[in-house]
Design a protein around this ligand. Structure first.
Ligand code: 3HC
Length: 655
């Protein structure tokens, strides 16, 4: 085997040129890969010793897409669609041998080949939409020619990959291979030698119903919730039926270039890399996680029940502890109710539900946790209660059992003081509903050992959740920033804005729900009791907005009481004059002359305070990276990925 370029290998075996892409870890189609591929294809086309060509990937995968790190920089020649055209125009048959993933530009390279041979577990997809762009190497124009218009619209607009077996059924894969994939592809290629190569771009799009395609596109746009790329990808795909291939290709390129330079695409790229960075935790480098199989969950309220469900669904043996039989029954009911909803929606069979429930050990005796590898505490957020519990737990469990607290606001370092061997103590801050929400703040406490932290990260990964490591401070990352966000919302209320104006501004910014609607949904009472608890120690010079207190004093705790920042006649959120009157009264009490706020001022102010608090969190070493903070908001606070998160937005505004 010789090297055509540092990242593309060249070998001739039995008159078949084997062109191998060798650019670990995922063979992303960087400029060097594209140049190497182009040179190798041209060489194969002109080499009299070659009858046919196979393109394959070295290592774990075919090609996972264009190199995302190059986006945002000027395009470097040769661009992918030129490479794809060169492959398609090669006078000798070119077969793509696909294992692992052929995603994005990888799928497009495979589409441009004259045939595709795939390992049975290979996957094909055009996930560009998830990066805020459309395919740029001909994916919108070639895919419908092989899989049909409706399927192509779906694949290009959702980005969801399909397996090789399904791809074979659709005509995207010509042959499935067992065993040596490259050898199978070479055999396939040799069989095509001498025949005129079948160019995908010359294949007629199978007949389809235009109205169905338009309806599919309308559905895509409806579901996109402000994200531009899915609709653009779907429309571009339909253009394949209206334009000659080269014109369609040029139009696709134009949309690709426009979107790749957009803020949405920059934000989605930021989130993509943020998700890979967040897993890199210096303290656990080279540290092995402890094996965990038996998990205790203490407390079976909303949080504990959700946590128990998450652990059971991830395959752990779970014990649920409550203080009384009645509380235990209520907890069992909550867990049962969660799975009953899964059964009702057809996601879970009745027998599986019963088996899951039967598999949980319910007990009021803490002593049964003697065999646990990990215990997660999710009891009432009260320091004395939790300290007492951890002291008793310490005496019951084995010396290496990891002890985790789900506290939101208490100081976990203080809780750790009662634990024997506090190196095994860690915070696992789940978000409600814990079985649904992807975020877990893994709180690295003063005493937490590297092994315990590594174990907590391994467990959250097995739960298929996104772990963000935080240090100890009040509210950790998410609730601390949420608190300043909330405070700023209230300052603006007092200064002249109204709840529904702030909500409308934040909703048009991109949040699914404005902050006051969220406060009403989650309830105003918990924050109220927290404020009351802190009243005695509050700095009297600190600006304090009493509007929320006044609502709570009236029993307006949000949706659950039928009124909060809004009224809810018949369950429908309605602007309430009484609330407006209270807001105006509170401004008047402080002698504040109310002034109007524009939507952009509201958004800018809220983003700025979040960004500033985030900077403080970074300066204190509570979070490792600004992008970690963004992930907290994308995965725990309903920020759509296309906004990138508050730190990304703050940086965007700073320019
Ligand atoms: N470009 C650059 N780097 C990439 C990359 C890409 N397309 N895909 C993955 N990487 C990097 C990751 O950042 C990570 O780097 P790190 O080790 O330095 O953090 C490394 O490769 C390994 O990636 P993962 O940790 O994600 O590995 P997994 O095995 O968990 O997942 C994967 C592999 C499913 C391929 C996943 O990486 C993935 O989904 N990649 C992106 C696929 C994609 O979106 N492709 C489309 C790109 S856009 C495009 O092709 C445009 C074209 O139409 C012109």
């Amino acid at each position: 085997m010789s090297e055509a370029s540092p990242v593309v290998t060249w070998e001739i075996r039995d008159r078949v040129a084997l062109i191998g892409i060798d650019h670990p870890p995922v063979n992303a189609a960087s400029q060097a890969v594209r140049a190497g591929l182009l040179a190798a294809i041209e060489r194969a086309g002109g080499d009299p010793a070659v009858d046919a060509v196979v393109i394959f990937g070295h290592g774990r995968t075919f090609v996972a897409g264009a190199d995302i790190r190059e986006f945002g920089k000027p395009p470097a020649s040769p661009i992918l669609f030129e490479v794809c055209l060169a492959i398609e125009d090669c006078p000798k048959p070119v077969v793509a041998a696909v294992h692992g993933t052929a995603l994005g530009g990888g799928c497009e390279l495979a589409l441009a080949a004259h045939a595709r041979v795939a390992a049975k577990d290979a996957k094909f997809g055009q996930p560009e939409v998830n990066l805020g762009i459309v395919p740029g190497g001909g994916g919108t124009q070639r895919l419908p020619r092989l899989v049909g218009m409706l399927r192509a619209i779906e694949m290009n607009a959702t980005g969801k990959p399909i397996g090789a077996v399904e791809a074979a059924g659709l005509g995207l894969v010509d042959s499935l291979a067992d065993g040596d994939l490259v050898a199978a592809a070479a055999r396939h290629a040799r069989g095509l030698a001498g025949l005129p190569p079948r160019k995908t771009r010359d294949v007629a799009i199978p007949a389809f119903d235009r109205a169905d395609a338009e309806a599919a596109i309308a559905g895509v746009e409806r579901r996109a919730r402000g994200q531009i790329s899915p609709g653009e990808a779907a429309r571009m795909t339909l253009k394949a039926a209206d334009l000659p291939f080269m014109e369609g290709q040029a139009a696709e390129r134009e949309v690709f270039l426009r979107l790749v330079a957009s803020d949405q695409a920059a934000a989605l790229r930021h989130v993509f890399f943020a998700e890979r960075e967040v897993a890199k935790v210096a303290k656990t480098e080279g540290v092995a996680a402890r094996p965990i199989s038996r998990v205790g969950v203490v407390g079976a309220g909303t949080m504990g029940a959700g946590i128990a469900v998450a652990f059971v669904e991830a395959g752990y043996a779970v014990t649920v502890i409550e203080t009384t039989d009645a509380a235990l029954d209520a907890g069992r009911g909550r867990i049962d109710g969660t799975w009953a909803r899964s059964v009702a929606s057809g996601r879970l069979g009745e027998a599986d539900k019963a088996a899951r429930l039967d598999g949980i050990r319910f007990s009021t005796d803490l002593g049964v946790l003697a065999d646990a590898d990990l215990v997660v505490e999710a009891v009432f957020d009260d320091a004395e209660v939790k300290r007492g519990l951890f002291a008793r737990l310490s005496a019951v469990v084995g010396p290496d059992c990891v002890l985790a607290t789900n506290t939101s606001y208490l100081d976990p370092n203080d809780l750790a003081t009662v634990v024997v061997n506090p190196g095994r103590f860690v915070g696992l801050h789940f978000f409600s509903p814990a079985n649904v929400m992807r975020l877990v703040e893994v709180v690295d406490c003063a005493a937490t050992s590297p092994e315990t932290l590594a174990t907590a990260l391994a467990v959250t990964k097995k739960l298929r959740k996104l772990a963000v490591v935080t240090g100890v401070c009040e509210g950790f990352v998410g609730n601390r920033i949420w608190a300043v966000f909330r405070r700023e919302c209230e300052f603006m209320l007092e200064d002249g804005a109204l709840p529904h104006e702030i909500d409308a501004a934040m909703e048009s910014f991109g949040l699914a729900m404005g902050p006051f609607a969220v406060f009403d949904l989650s309830g105003l009472d918990i924050a109220w009791s927290l404020r009351k608890r802190k009243a005695a120690t509050r700095d009297p010079n600190e600006r304090y907005v009493a509007i929320a207190d006044r609502l709570c004093e009236m029993g307006r705790f949000g949706r659950k009481t039928g009124a909060g920042w809004y009224a809810y006649p018949d369950g429908k959120k309605t602007v309430d004059r009484q609330v407006i009157a209270i807001v105006e009264e509170e401004s008047a009490k402080k002698g504040i002359a109310r002034r109007p706020f524009s939507p952009s001022e509201i958004v800018d102010r809220l983003v700025a305070v979040m960004g500033r608090e985030g900077e403080a969190i970074l300066a204190e070493g509570i979070a490792a990276r600004a992008s970690d903070i963004d992930l907290v908001f994308v995965n725990g606070y309903g920020w759509p990925p296309r906004l990138g998160g508050p730190m990304f937005q703050a940086a965007l505004r700073r320019g």
